[in-house]
Design a protein around this ligand. Structure first.
Ligand SMILES: Cc1cc2nc3c(=O)[nH]c(=O)nc-3n(C[C@H](O)[C@H](O)[C@H](O)COP(=O)(O)OP(=O)(O)OC[C@H]3O[C@@H](n4cnc5c(N)ncnc54)[C@H](O)[C@@H]3O)c2cc1C
Length: 247
């Protein structure tokens, strides 16, 4: 059964008025990159808890979360107000199967995210595993505005450390942005624009992880399945593995 740790907020980053990161000091909390915990706070009508992916590498003594504020949500607006020194509950052990251990080998690994769905990939990319297992890794981050492209420095650092192996491709859907594509992910795949832009094939020999917005996941999965890729299940290994953040 999950237990609760009392964590202290060490740092917050407000990327935009509705996108923020929280770093909380917990001491070591072993997990596998890609897993999530529950964060809990006392709300006006009792304790609120929701799932959040860990952004930091597994061996840190702080835990980091990238969170978007859902305007009429119950917990995320309260999390946004936290400041250093505040406390919050963190469930342990971390859990979840959106991890590289569940992904079969392949020619390349596509890590596709919308919004805060990039979080688990940042944790994975800070470990050696993806680079040891896949010749090419393509990180796709789709957001509405360029200001939502969080963790640019961290990603640039990974790309510098693994030149030619990690390709980062931002997509900004609502405004032009240098270096970014500007369309929905399923359209970019159907038109082959994404594959051409990234210089990588996307086929039955690829592994694809999808994380974030449920509509992106449903639509992208449908396009990939029409191209012959299959859902990855333990009993029938395939190519597509998903983590959906809400319904
Ligand atoms: C495995 C897992 C990992 C997750 N990791 C993260 C994470 O790293 N960062 C993060 O920000 N969220 C993450 N989420 C979503 C998070 O658990 C909450 O659902 C979200 O923060 C909203 O909580 P709330 O209490 O503010 O809103 P609620 O009061 O619970 O919900 C309000 C409504 O908003 C919808 N909703 C939930 N999230 C969003 C969203 N982002 N955009 C638009 N509508 C939404 C819900 O379906 C609901 O109808 C994750 C969810 C899961 C299942």
């Amino acid at each position: 059964m999950a237990q609760w740790l009392n964590a202290t907020v060490a740092e917050t980053i407000h990327w935009t008025s509705s996108l923020f990161s929280i770093k909380a000091k917990t001491g070591p909390l072993p997990f596998i990159a890609g897993q999530f915990v529950r964060l809990a706070l006392e709300g006006p009508e009792g304790r609120l808890q929701r799932a959040y992916s860990l952004v930091n590498p597994p061996d840190s003594d702080y835990q980091e979360f990238l969170i978007s504020t859902v305007a009429d949500g119950l917990l995320s607006p309260l999390l946004q107000q936290l400041t250093p020194g505040d406390t919050l509950g963190i469930s342990h052990p971390p859990t979840g199967f959106f991890i590289l251990d569940e992904i079969p080998d392949g020619d390349n690994l596509w890590l596709i995210a919308t919004g805060t769905g990039i979080g688990p990939y940042l944790s994975m990319l800070a470990t050696s595993e993806p680079y040891q297992r896949f010749a090419k890794i393509i990180l796709i981050h789709s957001v509405r505005s360029a200001a939502d492209l969080a963790y640019q420095e961290l990603i640039a650092g990974f790309a510098k450390q693994y030149p030619g192996q990690l390709h980062y491709q931002p997509i900004v859907t609502r405004e032009p942005h240098p270096g970014a594509l500007q369309d929905r992910i399923p359209n970019l795949i159907t038109s082959q624009q994404l594959q051409q832009h990234c210089g990588q094939g996307l086929n039955e020999k690829s592994q694809v992880m999808l994380c974030g917005n449920p509509q992106m996941i449903t639509d992208t999965k449908a396009v990939l399945e029409s191209m012959g890729l299959k859902k990855n299940l333990r009993r029938t290994p395939g190519n597509i593995t998903v983590e959906q953040y809400w319904k």
